[in-house]
Design a protein around this ligand. Structure first.
Ligand code: GAL
Length: 495
């Protein structure tokens, strides 16, 4: 079978994502203030947060971008350039960038392709050149570019493309490497053109801290729905997953579907729901931007966001999203009328495969999928060579070789000195992607990235698991023969 994914991978890099700025070869990771702090921003908040990202070992797991969202300026000066709010950023934005860079972080900022930002601060529409110059002169590494107050310049893919392309060109002209992250909420089929000019593009209205509750403020469930004119601000994890499901294949190294910032640790979901949210964002290759208050983080939250076996799926060098191979809408429904289960499967580097059983039904469910279904992307009807071999199954939330225990996470949070904290992380032998990038760790078969071994699926067999209500089981399948030959031979088959 000819596979679009493989064909794309074989293309010269310059053709894959015309932005071609060498950034986000794996989905970007970091923190953004919006989900918790909205407009309550300051240099102090950014620096306190970055300090904790470093202290807790999160920077060394890949969370490197510290992104300031809306509400940072006082408007535009007479010279046409944006003026930072010195009550919030006393030494200006360049000083923030310098301080973050000194600690090994990258600095992200925000504006809107409109006359105003969504919180009604000055926007960049028709000031793209000046604003890109400012961002570059301040040492900014990342721009989140929103969609509010676009003055009617939307309605067809081309109109939106042109509006967003102005900033792409202006950023490029500065000569500085700036990751370009579109936030047009899926409007005007951004997934069909975003990859030509940007490193990521939001595909939905704003996420809110709910696993599955439908809300009229997130009415756009289907990207192709012509009536979808207000993507909204109350999109659940499940609504976003269901929206992106039909075009997950648009994500490629350097250019990703953005499922919005993480809600893990904000308090509106259960632990199992947050684990499912985090794992789905990783497997669907969304950027992983934390949205919680790190100064008040609990052990449960830390032990979700610092799971290297899940992050390794996100940062896998193959750079392909898992795809949904089945969906069951007959599952028991909750009081909102929501109830479904889904099976997702995706190819990883070295011939491995990630499989997710997602249970959004109102009770625990026994779920299963045959190898023939799980490897359908390599050939339908059981024709994939992968079906004819045995697979070792590893649980990526297992306690061995994956998730940090809550006791240890609490000790990391409670440590009173850097030495004590580093000591704990060292004793636990916690993964450090600064020292060993994920691609290298995976190539070496580093056990910390592979999860806990829980069983085998024999050739022609079926993977089965009981999945609690509102939870996901996340597995890495590895060839039981220990060879990665399967992947290579199938790749040949497909080309
Ligand atoms: C929304 C955007 C949010 C946040 C907010 C700021 O449009 O989707 O992520 O940036 O604006 O006002």
């Amino acid at each position: 079978m000819k596979n679009r994914f493989i064909a794309a991978a074989a293309m010269p890099a310059a053709l894959v994502g015309a932005v071609n700025n060498g950034l986000a070869r794996t989905p970007q990771m970091g923190w953004n203030n919006w989900n918790t702090f909205a407009c309550d921003v300051s240099e102090k908040l950014l620096l306190e947060t970055s300090k904790l990202l470093g202290d807790y070992g999160l920077k060394d797991l890949g969370y490197q971008y510290v992104v300031l969202d809306d509400c940072w300026s006082t408007g535009r000066g007479d010279d046409g350039y944006l003026v930072p709010d010195t009550a919030k950023f006393p030494e200006g934005m360049g000083a923030v960038a310098d301080k973050l860079h000194k600690e090994g972080f990258l600095f992200g900022m925000y504006s809107s392709a409109g006359e105003m930002t969504c919180a009604r601060y000055a926007g960049s529409l028709d000031y793209e050149t000046q604003d890109a110059e400012s961002f570059a002169s301040w040492g900014v590494d990342y721009l989140k570019y929103d969609n509010c107050y676009h003055m009617g310049r939307m309605g067809t893919p081309l109109i939106s493309f042109n509006r967003y392309n102005e900033m792409a060109k202006a950023l490029k002209k500065t000569g500085r490497s700036i990751l370009y992250s579109l936030c047009s909420w899926g409007e005007d089929y951004v997934h069909t053109w975003g990859g030509s000019i940007a490193n990521s593009w939001r595909i939905s209205g704003d996420i809110y801290d709910s696993f599955a509750r439908p809300d009229d403020l997130c009415a756009c469930n289907n990207a192709a729905d012509p009536a979808c004119v207000a993507p909204g601000t109350h999109c659940s994890v499940l609504a976003i997953i269901n929206k992106v499901a039909t075009f997950v294949d648009r994500g490629l190294p350097g250019a990703w579907n953005d499922l919005d910032m993480l809600e893990v640790g904000l308090g509106g979901m259960t632990e199992e729901e947050y684990k499912a949210h985090f794992a789905m964002w990783a497997a669907l290759k969304s950027p992983l931007l934390l949205g919680n208050d790190l100064r008040k983080m609990d052990a449960t939250t830390l032990s979700i966001i610092n799971n290297p076996a899940i992050i390794a799926v996100s940062q896998d060098p193959k750079g392909r999203s898992a795809i949904r191979i089945s969906r069951n809408l007959e599952a028991p429904i909750d009081e909102h009328g929501v109830g479904e289960t889904q099976v997702w499967s995706g190819a990883l580097a070295n011939g491995d495969q990630v499989v997710i059983f997602l249970n959004a039904a109102d009770e625990d469910v026994d779920m299963s999928a045959t190898l023939s279904e799980l490897f359908v992307m390599h050939g339908p009807g059981g024709s994939a060579p992968h079906v004819k071999q045995d697979w070792t199954v590893r649980d990526l939330w297992g306690n061995e070789g994956a998730r940090m225990s809550k006791g240890v996470a609490q000790a990391v949070l409670d440590a009173t000195s850097e030495g004590e904290r580093n000591g704990i992380l060292k004793r636990e032998n916690w993964y450090n992607a600064t020292a060993t990038p994920y691609a290298e760790g995976l190539e070496q078969g580093d056990a910390r990235l592979l999860g806990e071994r829980v069983g085998t699926v024999k050739a022609g067999g079926r993977l089965e698991a009981r999945v609690p209500r509102h939870a996901a089981k996340v597995f890495r399948l590895q060839s039981a023969s220990g060879k990665t030959g399967t992947a290579k031979s199938s790749l040949k088959d497909e080309l």
